[in-house]
Design a protein around this ligand. Structure first.
Ligand SMILES: *Cc1c(COP(=O)(O)O)cnc(C)c1O
Length: 497
């Protein structure tokens, strides 16, 4: 249905802010300043900056409308596998907005930020306790950045030991794309370890590929098929015997937090996605925080800055220093001290749960996923037998011959008011649908989602492929040309384009 205004019900059609421009409009009404002159000389701007002119109400409406177009965990179920879209507690949000944290400037004198340092230090203590690890680097800005941090420490440790260069990194087939990307970005050669028919690392192939030129294995546990790597102790032992390190992608830590300590599995370095496991709104790419925990063997190589305790309180070691145990630190990952707003939320989440609450949270996350798996596996094919961890994986085998694809199921879910699951990842199964409910959904929500999925499966099997191919029908934009969007992205708005 089309409307005269272009709006649909109370959902507003919203142009770009540049298209709303009326030159000269402004949110303030001040007299023109007296004549000024520029001291920029030859670097003075030649043209106007091209900023749009709008009134304050126009700006408020523009951004409010945009925010309403952004599906969020606060609005509905968001079962995006691997992303852990869990509820973000209002307590965490409230504490993160305390002016003592929110209004800090990273260049403030250390004596004025003792509270923030104490908070970072307390969270670091929890992360070490929950993982059993010896050290933690708090600054990495997200999971992928944490991978880089951990792999740089591994490289620094190998350089320090000397010996022939170790330039190969082994990565299981089911790994998140950031793992091989990180290794390749650091100049390592990436080699893939295939998955077994059980969706786990093929230990025989791993052992055959290990050698004196392997720097590390990058493993995810639980892996991205939602399965626990049962052979993890054999794996870590083999990796260590080859003189390599075990890097663990800890993005799935929410499945085991409070129950399994990665140190006990033989892990040497692991990033923790605070924004996943310990809550923080992170749809649309941020903000994230990816602290990395390190074993005793890698602890000397952690990047700066380090928080140190001395007689005057807490301070930051920002440079290498022979006396402070920072002599082997390899430098820093980013300016300043990390994502304090995410730290506040993570510590609020941790302290409000407590050790017993974290234990229950991981248990509930696994229970919810297994409930979905049990209820849906009659209608959608589960490629691996047995229970899952925190996410349930299906492939598209049961859709065979219907003309309906995984993508069509995802688009039909949008019309039903659900954010689609992760699709086509992991790559080890065909047409993957990876569903992660997290611990924070009620059974009623899961039941509603299950009923929807079962109805979609029935409709697909009834031969209604055309209906699927025209979904979504109820969104402001429908099927986009995703190939053109990826191949020929238009990233810049031009006037009258
Ligand atoms: C989310 C995720 C990452 C990357 O984390 P970012 O914070 O998005 O950089 C890496 N590995 C796995 C398994 C993930 O789920």
């Amino acid at each position: 249905m089309t409307t005269t205004s272009g709006h649909r019900g109370l959902e507003m059609e919203e142009p770009l802010i540049f298209e709303l421009d009326s030159p000269g409009q402004s949110g303030v009404d001040l007299p023109l300043p007296p004549t000024t002159y520029t001291r920029l000389g030859r670097v003075a701007p030649r043209d106007s900056l091209g900023l749009p002119g709008l009134t304050e109400p126009q700006v408020v409406r523009h951004y409010t409308r945009l925010s309403q177009k952004n599906y969020s965990i606060d609005a509905g179920f968001y079962p995006l596998g691997s992303c852990t879209m869990k509820h973000n507690t209002r307590l965490g949000e409230k504490l993160a907005r305390l002016p003592g944290f929110a209004d800090l400037h990273p260049l403030q004198p250390i004596s004025t930020v003792q509270g923030a340092l104490a908070l970072i230090d307390a969270l670091a203590g929890w992360l070490k306790a929950l993982t059993g690890m010896a050290a933690v680097a708090m600054t990495p800005a997200a999971g992928a950045h944490g991978e880089m941090c951990g792999m740089m420490a591994i490289r620094a440790a190998h350089d320090h030991r000397g010996g022939p260069p170790r330039l190969r990194v082994l990565v299981p087939e089911s790994a998140h794309g950031t793992n091989p990307a990180t290794a390749a970005a650091l100049g390592f050669t990436v080699e893939t370890i295939p998955a077994t028919a059980e969706g786990r690392v093929d230990v025989a192939v791993l052992k055959a590929k290990l050698g004196p030129d392997v720097a590390a294995l990058m493993l995810t546990n639980p892996n991205t098929c939602g399965l626990f790597e049962r052979d993890i102790l054999t794996i870590s032992q083999a990796v260590h015997e080859a003189g390599a390190f075990l890097y663990c992608d800890g993005a799935n830590f929410n499945a085991i937090v409070g129950r399994v300590r990665p140190a006990d599995l033989g892990v040497d370095a692991m990033h923790i996605n605070l924004h996943k496991t310990f809550s923080t709104p992170h749809g649309g790419g941020g903000p994230g925080s990816g602290p990395v925990v390190f074993s005793q063997a890698l602890a000397p190589f952690v990047p700066l800055p380090l928080i140190l305790h001395d007689d005057d309180g807490l301070r930051l070691a920002e440079t290498r220093d022979e006396d402070e145990g920072t002599a082997l630190a390899y430098g820093r990952m980013k300016a300043f001290h990390g994502q304090v707003g995410v730290f506040v939320r993570a510590l609020a989440y941790t302290l409000s749960h407590g050790a017993d609450g974290l234990y229950q949270a991981s248990g509930d996350a696994v229970l919810s996923a297994n409930y979905l798996l049990a209820r849906l596996k009659g209608a959608f094919n589960a490629p691996f037998t047995g229970p899952c961890m925190h996410e349930a994986l299906f492939d598209d085998r049961s859709l065979k011959g219907t003309g309906v694809t995984t993508l069509d199921i995802a688009k039909a879910l949008i019309d039903e008011g659900f954010h689609p699951m992760t699709v086509y990842f992991p790559l080890v199964v065909h047409g993957a649908m990876l569903i992660e409910p997290t611990e924070s959904e009620t059974k009623a929500t899961l039941d509603q989602f299950i009923a929807t999925m079962l109805a979609l499966a029935d409709r697909a099997k009834a031969g209604d492929a055309a209906w699927f191919q025209s979904a979504p029908r109820l969104t402001p934009r429908r099927r986009l040309d995703e190939t053109a969007a990826a191949r020929k992205p238009i990233l810049r708005w031009k006037p009258n384009a």
